[in-house]
Ligand binder design. Structure first.
Ligand code: FES
Length: 154
């Protein structure tokens, strides 16, 4: 009678090694995702003094009279509104919970779509729930588009 050949038992050490490698791989994936989320975004707009639109730098002619557009710069999101042929810049991040505000040409005010805060074109608070005004941002038209100036120290 022939003896059946039994498969070699997988050693406990090998199983532990494979489980350990799987655990390390899983943890590395979670850590990588967490770091990618927490790491500051380094895009073209993050360090740019030129206001960046979705595809290219914003240019003054992109903004018609009584219209507002939001661009990105080293100061974050900036709302630019053209009124009386002058460009006005405001921080576009609502001081309540951080939604992006927009210019409402009909109401002639800056409005937050999230909880209804309202600001005037100088950034002054007209209606809550926000409690702080929007900061004004100084803009300069340059050859490449609209440049954001750093806030004055004071
Ligand atoms: S985030 Fe703007 S009103 Fe709440």
């Amino acid at each position: 009678m022939e003896e059946e050949k039994q498969p070699e038992p997988v050693s406990r050490r090998l199983v532990n090694l494979l489980l350990g490698m799987g655990l390390v791989g899983t943890l590395s994936g979670f850590m990588g995702a967490a770091l990618a989320y927490l790491w500051p975004r380094r895009g073209e707009a993050a360090g740019s003094a030129l206001l960046q639109g979705p595809q290219r730098p914003l240019h003054p002619e992109d903004i018609r009279e009584n219209q507002g557009l939001v661009g990105r710069s080293f100061l974050g999101k900036i709302l630019v509104v053209r009124r009386n042929d002058t460009l006005v810049g405001l921080q576009a991040t609502c001081t309540h919970l951080g939604c992006t505000v927009a210019w409402n040409p009909e109401h002639q005010q800056v409005e937050c779509p999230c909880h209804g805060a309202r600001y005037d074109l100088q950034g002054a608070l007209l209606r809550g729930p926000a409690r702080q005004p929007l900061a004004q941002v100084e803009l300069v038209v340059v050859e490449g588009g609209i440049q954001v100036l750093p806030p004055e120290e004071g």
